[in-house]
Structure formats: structure tokens, C-alpha cells
Write a protein that binds this ligand. Structure first.
Ligand code: G3I
Length: 359
């Protein structure tokens, strides 16, 4: 497998070379638009050893040429930020609207990018016909099955991996009381994975959650769930560690150990599926340094494990970040600022990708 080309040992020895390359890049980038004279991109630095991805939002892909150019040139994987969610795909029962998601898939194919599908079963961004309906448990199970089979079949062969189930746990490791859990119990997770597998047997199937970077009750609940599903022969192939971090919080220090318990002990893939590092505004030099450090440590932890196959940032520019609308007074979470100037975190990732290949 291509991933086996990673060479952790030379990583340390040849770091100074990577530092020189990055310094040269930084010099160029600081005197011109960040992307205009860049001698290397993130995806070129990764050189297929890992998927380096971004969430992609519409309408910015259509309306912002700089966004579009960077999305296509810097990344070899994309995740639709909203276009594959239930409210976008099935806004009325049985009526499927794939145009926006199809556009992102077409963009990815035109730019030789993998697509990470997001997401089939979640408790957010559900259409009102579903949340406002009065369905029996049996009806909800049929609705869920039809949605998954329809959507996964539509994209069959075009999606590398699906976030089949998103955010099933509370912080204490108990199951989140979603409409799915309340009606169907925890079996909705195994059912969803089996239906997705039936619709696209080649796609990798993930369970995805936040605050599972380090070893804690929530990540241990994920570990126990995946272990149990594997023991039952349920087709789960990966765990998505979202990676929504903040400089005001400590770093989840045992992230490498956590990744390895999934990859080594359970034999599943891991993806860093939604990485960003927000700050309480305004940002200062200390917060910027912490942000760089956090990005660097997550990326290094993934690159150290050949079965950590994807590192995706949840948007690459502060211009369109989801953060300020959810966390008032916070932001600046991405690797480019709102004017598309690459931040130190960008160069840290670039350096890590180069170093993992022995440069
Ligand atoms: O599409 C409507 C638009 O028609 C309307 O005019 C506008 C008015 O507010 O809202 C638009 O929908 C918004 C949608 O993003 C598309 O822009 C929603 O209000 C807004 O809530 C939604 O936010 C998304 C959020 O998930 C919803 O939960 C963010 O963009 C998206 O980045 C965020 O992503 C999630 C992952 O899916 C799962 N993990 C956490 C992550 C961050 O919250």
C-alpha cells in the first residue's frame, strides 16, 4: 500500500531540509499572494502518502475564484461541508436533490481528489418533515434505510469513505439521545453500516465524532462500540476523529496512543476528519503559536501511523469558517486567514508532510 512509503525514522534526521524548504516557501508566500508563487502545495508534499483534505462549502466554490483555486490545488481529498447532509439531499420525503453534492463530486474528480462523504445519520440538519413527523419506530427504520440506500447508491463508486454515523456519543460515553437512538436503540448504528455497505461495498464506512482525540470516556465508548461491531461482523472500516480544537483548551496529549488503539488493536482506519483550532478573539502571537503547535501535533500523530489515512481541515480559510456563528467571539481557526494569507499552521503541516516522506 502506498501508505507504507512513509518513513518515520528519516523524518527526524532530515527535518532541517524540510525547514529550509518551508522557509523558502514562507519567504515567497509573504511577498506575494500565498498561493501565487508557491513552489509546493500540501497535496504535492503529501504525494499520495496520505489524503490531505478540506471541507468544501457552496456557494463559495462557485463564487470565489481564490477559494476554488486553493481548494483544487492544495488538497487531494474533499468533504462536502453541508451538501450531503439529510436536509440538503432529501428535503421532502422521497424527493432527492443531488445537484449541489454532485457538483462537489464533479469538482473532486476534475481535480483528482478523493471524496469523503458526510454524513448519513446525524441528529442535526434533518428536514422538518422528518423531525416534525409522527412516525413509529418501524416507519423510522424504513425511512432511515431508504435514505441511506438511496444516497449511497447515487454516489456508488465515487466516494472513498462515508461518515455513516455522526456524533453518536455524549461526553461521558453514553449514547446521545437522538431521534434515531430513542426510536431504534443502539442497533441503528449496525443497521446503518450494513445498509451503506449493501449500497456501495467498496466504500470505507466510518463512525465520526468530536472530542475523541485523546483517551477519555467518549473515545473509549467509541473504541468499545467499534470492537463490538467488528466482533459481530458489522462492516465498519474506520473511525473519524473530528479534531475541533481550541487554543484556550489543553491539547489532548495522548492522541497518538488513541489513534493506535483503533488501528493496531481493532484493525480499523482512522481519519482526522474535521481539523481546526479556534481561538478566543482577538488572536495574539501566543495563540497563533499554540494553534500552530496543535495543528502540528495532530498531523504528526496521524502521519506516525500508516493506518491514519486522511487529514482533513474543516474549511481552510477563516473567510467561511463555521466557528464564529456557533461560538460567539471565537474564530481564526483555519490555516489561511480571511484574506488567504497562509498561517504558520499551514507551513507546519507542509513541513510535516514533507518530513514524513523523508525530505
Ligand atoms: O442553507 C441555509 C440557507 O438557505 C439559509 O439562508 C442560511 C441562514 O442561516 O442557513 C443555511 O444553512 C446553514 C448551513 O450551515 C449552510 O450554510 C445553517 O444555518 C448552519 O447551521 C449550517 O452550519 C453547519 C453546521 O455543521 C450545522 O450543524 C456548518 O456550515 C458546518 O461547518 C457544520 O459542520 C459540522 C459537521 O457537519 C459535524 N461536526 C461538527 C461541524 C461543526 O459544527
Amino acid at each position: 500500500m502506498i501508505k507504507s512509503m512513509r518513513r518515520p525514522a528519516p523524518f527526524i534526521q532530515r527535518r532541517h531540509l524540510a525547514a529550509v524548504l518551508v522557509a523558502a516557501f514562507f519567504t515567497l508566500a509573504s511577498t506575494a499572494p500565498a498561493f501565487a508563487k508557491a513552489p509546493i502545495t500540501l497535496r504535492a508534499a503529501a504525494d499520495h502518502t496520505v489524503q490531505i483534505g478540506t471541507a468544501i462549502g457552496l456557494p463559495q466554490l462557485d463564487n470565489d475564484p481564490t477559494y476554488r483555486a486553493l481548494a483544487g490545488s492544495q488538497f487531494n481529498s474533499v468533504t462536502p461541508e453541508n451538501a450531503m447532509k439529510w436536509d440538503a439531499i432529501e428535503p421532502q420525503r422521497g424527493v432527492y436533490t443531488y445537484a449541489a453534492a454532485d457538483e462537489i463530486v464533479a469538482f473532486a474528480r476534475a481535480h483528482d481528489q478523493q471524496v469523503h462523504g458526510h454524513t448519513l445519520v446525524w441528529h442535526n440538519q434533518l428536514p422538518s418533515w422528518l423531525t416534525g413527523g409522527t412516525f413509529t419506530a418501524a416507519e423510522l427504520r424504513v425511512i432511515l434505510r431508504q435514505h441511506i440506500i438511496s444516497e449511497v447508491s447515487h454516489f456508488r463508486g465515487k466516494i472513498y469513505a462515508w461518515d455513516v454515523v455522526n456524533e453518536p456519543f455524549n461526553e461521558d460515553g453514553t449514547y446521545r439521545q437522538t431521534m434515531w437512538f430513542q426510536a431504534l436503540g443502539p442497533s441503528y448504528i449496525a443497521d446503518a453500516l450494513r445498509w451503506a455497505h449493501q449500497a456501495d461495498p467498496q466504500a470505507k464506512l466510518y463512525i465520526n465524532d468530536y472530542n475523541i482525540e485523546g483517551i477519555n470516556p467518549k473515545s473509549t465508548a467509541m473504541y468499545n462500540l467499534v470492537k463490538s461491531l467488528r466482533a459481530q461482523g458489522v462492516p465498519v472500516s474506520g473511525v473519524g476523529i473530528q479534531g475541533h480544537l481550541g487554543t484556550q483548551y489543553g491539547f489532548p496529549g495522548d492522541i497518538a496512543q488513541n489513534i493506535q488503539r483503533f488501528t493496531h488493536r481493532l484493525g480499523v482506519q482512522v481519519g482526522i476528519t474535521e481539523l481546526d483550532v479556534r481561538s478566543i478573539l482577538p488572536v495574539d502571537a501566543t495563540k497563533l503559536a499554540t494553534q500552530t503547535d496543535y495543528y502540528n501535533r495532530v498531523v504528526e500523530a496521524c502521519l506516525a501511523d500508516a493506518r491514519c489515512v486522511n487529514i482533513t481541515v474543516w474549511g481552510f480559510t477563516d473567510k467561511y469558517s463555521w466557528v464564529p456563528s456557533v461560538f460567539a467571539g471565537q474564530g481564526a481557526a483555519d490555516i489561511y486567514d480571511e484574506n488567504y494569507v497562509a498561517k504558520p499552521a499551514y507551513f507546519a503541516i507542509l513541513r510535516d508532510l514533507l518530513a514524513a516522506r523523508g525530505h
